[in-house]
Structure formats: C-alpha cells, structure tokens
Design a protein around this ligand. Structure first.
Ligand SMILES: [Zn+2]
Length: 259
C-alpha cells in the first residue's frame, strides 16, 4: 500500500504541477480578479478613457487593471510604488488593450518605476521610459508619466508610448498570446509606416512628430500617443493611418463616449 501511495505521489506530483502551469499560462487564474473599491475610485477619478466606456467595457477594463496590479511585479527604483501609481500605469495598459480582452502582455512580468527621467545603462542616454523585451521589463519615469496625463491632448504620453512598445513586441514573441494583430491589417500598417516614415525623413508635413521616423517600433508607439490624445485631428489629417491603427487595435477613440 505504501509503495502504491508513493508511486501515486511520484506520478501525481508532476501532473499537478503541469495542470497548475497550464492553468497559469492560459491565464485561467488571472482572469476575473475583482477590482477593489480603492482601485475603482482611482479609475473613476483619473482615468479619462475608462470614464468614456459602457458599463460592460468598464468591467473588462477593471479586470485588466486588476490583473496588472496583482500579477505584475512592481519595482520602485528610488521610489515607493504606491497603489495609485500601479492603478494608473495599469490603466494605461488597459486603455491600449481594450480591443483585446484576453491579452495580458504576458511576456512583460516586471514594471519598474523611477521617480524621474534616468540614464539607462543599456543606451547611456536619459530615458523617460523603456521596454526591454529580453528581460520582460517595462520602465516608466513617474514624473514623465504624470506630465503625460496632465497634458491630455498634446500627444505626448510616456505611459501609452511604453505600453505600445510592449504590445508591439508581444505580438511577435511566441508565448501563447502572440500574433494577435490581424495579419492583413498589420501588413497594411507596415506599408503605411514605410510611406509616412519616408515623408517624415524628407521633412514633409506629417500628423506625427519627427521621432516617429526613427524606426517601425517608434512609429507605432508615437502613432498610439496621437491616436488616443488627438484622435479627431489625427483622423482628419491622415484618415488612412488612423483607420488602419483603429482596425489594428480594434478600438476607435474618435467615437463619441457612451452616454
Ligand atoms: Zn519609444
């Protein structure tokens, strides 16, 4: 009997571990985390995009925020990461992921917050934020994050910018939640990126700031900032780019808010 039991434990242990791993990797445990009252109050007070949504969409948004607050590893570098900071940074991700209720940016397990712009040891340049796919790390300067939200229509938003980088990388990292962008729309987006980047580099007028011309990833991140902070102007000046991004992200911030 003892031998049978020890055999069952020997076989059962790895099976239990596998089931736990499978449940975890499919997001089974992380879905449906309820958002606390304090966290919800922060969203209601500060998260403009959240306030525009229908109750059903707000529920999805809240679950996304709860997932990021609970499941991501938050690291303060010279600063304590308060609950309010976690909720607002998570809200940024939720805003970008509105069209993808199942996405969690799974590859990015850590979010580091600096009090202000910092010098990166990787680039030896001063950064307001960064995304490091090799280590699954998103970095945000809190001072610059706040500035991005204080000026809601200037198309500078470091939170959205870095989350856009993470989303762009996530689409190409094989981890079970990859290739979520529609392939046809993505190909159209890349074609438009080449055209617009060329215009920017030739000094032609563009709806996007010059930094978008750096490379494909920066073009996407800068376009996301314009998309959410100046949707109407972006759509008017460059409808093809706007509509393509709207299809890619499965959301339309130029639409009127739900009454
Ligand atoms: Zn960037």
């Amino acid at each position: 009997m003892a031998r049978v039991l020890s055999y069952l434990v020997f076989i059962g242990g790895p099976i239990v571990l596998w089931v736990l791993w499978a449940a975890r990797s499919t997001g089974l445990f992380s879905r449906g985390i309820p958002l606390g009252i304090r966290e919800k109050a922060i969203l209601e007070k500060y998260a403009v995009q959240y306030q525009r949504l229908s109750p059903a969409a707000q529920h999805v948004f809240e679950q996304k925020v709860a997932h990021f607050v609970v499941e991501k590893q938050w690291v303060g570098v010279g600063i304590t990461v308060a609950l309010e900071m976690k909720v607002m940074i998570a809200a940024c991700a939720a805003q970008l992921l509105q069209g993808f209720p199942e996405l969690e940016l799974r590859h990015f397990t850590r979010i580091a917050v600096y009090p202000k712009a910092y010098r990166s040891h990787l680039t030896d340049r001063v950064h307001q934020g960064e995304v490091r796919p090799v280590t699954g790390l998103i970095i945000i300067s809190w001072e610059d994050f706040l500035r991005g939200y204080a000026h809601r229509h200037d198309a500078h938003n470091v939170g959205l910018h870095e989350m856009a980088h993470a989303l762009w990388f996530e689409n190409g990292i094989i981890n079970g939640e990859d290739h979520f962008f529609d392939a046809v729309v993505l190909a159209r987006w890349k074609g438009l990126t080449v055209e617009e980047t060329s215009r920017i580099r030739r000094g032609k007028e563009s709806p996007l700031r010059d930094y978008a011309g750096t490379n494909e990833a920066e073009f996407f991140a800068v376009a996301v900032e314009y998309f959410f902070e100046r949707p109407k102007a972006f759509k008017e000046t460059s409808p093809a780019l706007f509509d393509c991004l709207s299809e890619l992200l499965r959301t339309d911030p130029s639409a009127p808010p739900v009454p």
